[in-house]
Design a protein around this ligand. Structure first.
Ligand code: ZN
Length: 290
């Protein structure tokens, strides 16, 4: 090999790395430093919360008023699972009505918040453990907009979504959440949207305001484990006991919370709100890290 070619070979990975660093430094210029923004996990429950008035919606509105208005929002929703990790890279994300059997009034809801392609690029650059791809097809699914339309009805804050890689274990999602931490000091609200206890197959329509005994038990133990930072069991939740195999029959609504827990810094406080079970096997329990 000629010396010239050898040097080119050596330089190639460096060029790639410097492109990523460039994307990061572009991000740093675009977003002024801010005080640290809290992180939220929202139990979203029924899509009808987008248009109904109830105590959970009141809780969402209240928390939006309590925290500083963010410059942008990064949402990790239960309803966007993919192979690989994607962030929405469009400048005007569409409102996706990803459900069936609900009134027309819910299908009529639009959430016309702009996207933020530069923030999408910066998010891609921040994550080092996998190659994040920009997506131009997805918009905002109901896990995201049914909550934001109540928290920020003006739709004047740019929103991007990040997908969850269905092929990866819980601990991987925890680590990915951790890597997003710098965005908190750039005015970005990171919001996970799912449900801690979420078993749709055994919903009890006769008990809209309460939960099964096992669901109540799971909800209480969840809160203890979260406060105790017992991540080794939270990252292997279905192996803990039968109540968690019932509470977390699949990971779609659970993993958004794991991203949020990955963002907790030492000495930060966790507060729970909307701490209630509905329809037997659904918890609306939400949390804020600040
Ligand atoms: Zn959902």
């Amino acid at each position: 090999m000629k010396r010239k070619d050898f040097i080119r070979l050596l330089a190639a990975p460096l060029t790639l790395k410097s492109m990523e660093l460039q994307a990061l430094s572009n991000m740093l210029h675009l977003f002024p430093d801010t005080p640290k923004i809290p992180v939220l996990f929202i139990g979203h429950g029924s899509p009808m919360n987008a248009i109904e008035e109830n105590e959970f919606v009141e809780g969402w509105k209240k928390v939006a008023q309590e925290i500083p208005k963010p410059a942008a929002i990064l949402c990790i929703s239960a309803h966007w699972e993919t192979r690989g990790t994607f962030v929405t890279g469009v400048s005007q994300p569409k409102t996706i009505h990803d459900f069936g059997g609900f009134p027309q009034a819910l299908f009529d809801v639009q959430y016309p918040a702009p996207g933020h392609p530069e923030l999408a690029q910066a998010t891609k650059a921040l994550i080092t453990t996998t190659e994040v791809e920009l997506d131009k097809i997805w918009g905002l699914d109901h896990g995201c907009w049914s909550v934001l339309v109540r928290m920020y009805p003006e739709a004047d804050i740019p929103v991007i979504q990040m997908s969850m890689d269905i092929t990866r274990p819980t601990a991987y999602h925890f680590e990915l959440g951790r890597q997003l931490n710098r965005l908190r000091r750039k005015g970005v609200l990171i919001l996970g949207s799912g449900n801690m206890v979420h078993n749709l197959r055994i919903l009890d329509w006769q008990t809209p305001d309460s939960g099964y005994d096992w669901a109540a038990e799971a909800n209480e133990i969840f809160k203890q484990k979260i406060l105790n930072e017992d991540y080794s069991s939270l990252n292997n939740i279905r192996s803990v006991s039968q109540v968690f195999r019932l509470a977390v029959p699949s990971y779609d609504h659970y993993h958004p919370m794991i991203y949020v827990l990955g963002l907790k810094e030492k000495n930060e406080h966790i507060s729970f709100f909307n701490d209630k079970l509905v329809m037997g096997s659904l918890s609306m329990t939400s949390l804020m890290i600040s």
